[in-house]
Structures are given as C-alpha cells and as structure tokens.
Design a protein around this ligand. Structure first.
Ligand SMILES: [Zn+2]
Length: 287
C-alpha cells in the first residue's frame, strides 16, 4: 500500500538519510546548494508523513471492503499524518513567537546597557573583556560587540566580523534556521536528527564567512574566526563564534566545488521533494 510506503519514506528521510548526509563533507564546500538539500530532505520527510493519510483515502472512498481489511494500516497512516500536522502547527506557532520575544527583550537590554551607541547605528558595544560578537536579527536588528573583541582585533579583522554579522542580517539566516527548528521540533524525538540541525547552523556560518571573505579578505576573516573561537552568545542571537572553528577555517582554505557536484546536489533536492508528491499522485491515479 502506497500510504505505508509514505510512512516508511518519512522515517527514512528523517532518520538515516540526514545521518548519512552529515558525513558527506563535500556538501559543505557548496553551502548554498547544501542548505537547499537539507531543506529538501526535511520538507520531503514532512510531506511524506502528511501525505500518508490522503494517500489512503482512495482506498476508503472507492473500495467498501478496504476499511475492514486494512483497518490497522489505515489507523496507522491517519495517526501519523494527523500527529505530524498537529505538531507542525504547534511548533510553527510557538518557536517563532518564542524567538521574537527573546530577541526583543535582549535588544531592549543591550540598548540600555551599551556604551554610547552612535546615533543611527545598529552596532552596540558592551563593556565586557571577553571577545564576543553576535547579531540580533529582526526588523530592528542589532550587532553586538564586546569591548574585549574591539581590543583583541585589528580593525581589518573587526571589519570581517561586521561583514559576517551583516551577511546574517541581510540574508535573514535567522528565518532559515527558524524554519528548520520548526520542522526539527515537529519530528517526534525518536526520529529527529540533531545532525541536520547542527549542519544547517554550520552552513549559515559558512555562508556568512564567505560573505566576509568577499568583502574584507580571507586573512582578516581567518583572524576574526580565531579570535572568536569558543565565544558564547545568548540563545536568541546568531553568533560569529558558532560552529566548529576548525571546520570553518578549513572550509575557508578550500576551493569551491565543481559545478557538476553542485548541479547533482540541486537535482537530488528536487528528486527528494518530488518523491512523496509522486507517490501521493500514484495512490490517486493507480486506481
Ligand atoms: Zn555567524
């Protein structure tokens, strides 16, 4: 039965597939394509789970005996689709709201405690010796730097930090991470894959690092990364020191991947999305 196949597909896409994909380090060299692939695998898993009940519908509608014959399977697919839909709605509502509240409170706090902000600037400097830098995305975005980071870095490296944070804010990487968090929370804990979440967080950092390389330079970006290695930031923020510094430094040094690899990644992403949709179409047309 196709509905059962969709439930199996949802399980495969949310558990073993992300674990295997996280090992494909070549993905990271093409961070934009990799983010599309990660988006595709998580969306496809969710689509497969949501499509299971609709895929079983023709059986119930057009075959009077099917309900008695396949009662257990029908109950299972309706439960899977219904549960996922409910979890999706709850996660979508609560995660976005929670992040916005945390960010707003944090922004209000840094606006109060920051050292003499320049009029019209979104940069805020905190009187703290530990080097730290992060941004608070949103309509009234802020880039927060500690006094420590300003003292520890030459101006060119500081420009790299600002370019990195500016790239996060400009490209709204926070929305991408939020989208993933919603799907991550939607998946039941048993089949959720922390690898996917970790990889997405790393990839947005790699994208911001590359923006900084283009704008300021590779040496400055490297120095900025080394200075900020291991620095901490509040939960609602996107920090410059997030992700393994060693991995990010390594990726700075590597050339871009070949076009064939990138094209294959996009094709794989499209295939992932089409798979559950194709199976659902098949369930309705094969009767
Ligand atoms: Zn960052």
């Amino acid at each position: 039965m196709i509905a059962l196949l969709l439930v199996t597909l949802a399980a495969v896409l949310s558990w073993p597939a992300p674990r295997l994909m996280a090992r494909a380090e070549a993905f990271r060299r093409s961070p934009r394509a990799a983010l599309v692939v990660w988006q595709a695998v998580t969306v496809a898993a969710l689509l497969a789970a949501l499509a299971a009940a609709p895929a079983a519908a023709p059986l119930v509608l057009f075959d009077g005996q099917a309900v008695d014959q396949h009662f257990m399977i029908l109950a299972l697919v309706v439960a899977v689709s219904g549960l996922m839909l409910a979890r999706l709605l709850v996660a979508g509502h609560s995660i976005g709201r929670r992040m916005r509240v945390l960010r707003r409170r944090h922004r209000e706090l840094v606006d109060i405690i920051a050292l003499e902000p320049q009029p019209g600037s979104r940069v805020r400097v905190l009187e703290h010796p530990t080097p730290t830098a992060y941004c608070l995305p949103g309509r009234q975005s802020r880039v927060v730097l500690s006094q420590g980071v300003i003292e520890a870095m030459p101006p060119r490296a500081l420009a790299a930090v600002l370019a990195h944070e500016g790239a996060h804010l400009m490209a709204r990487h926070d929305l991408l991470v939020e989208f993933f968090s919603v799907i991550h929370e939607t998946m039941p804990a048993a089949v959720r894959s922390p690898e996917a979440m970790r990889e997405v967080r790393l990839l947005v950092e790699v994208l911001a690092d590359r923006a900084s390389v283009r704008k300021v330079g590779v040496e400055e970006t490297r120095l900025a990364l080394l200075t900020l290695a291991g620095s901490k930031a509040p939960e609602a923020a996107m920090a410059a020191g997030v992700g393994s510094t060693a991995v990010r430094l390594d990726l700075l040094a590597r050339p871009a991947p070949n076009r064939l690899m990138t094209a294959a990644m996009y094709a794989y992403a499209v295939g992932l999305i089409l798979l559950p949709l194709g199976l659902l179409a098949l369930a309705w047309t094969s009767r």
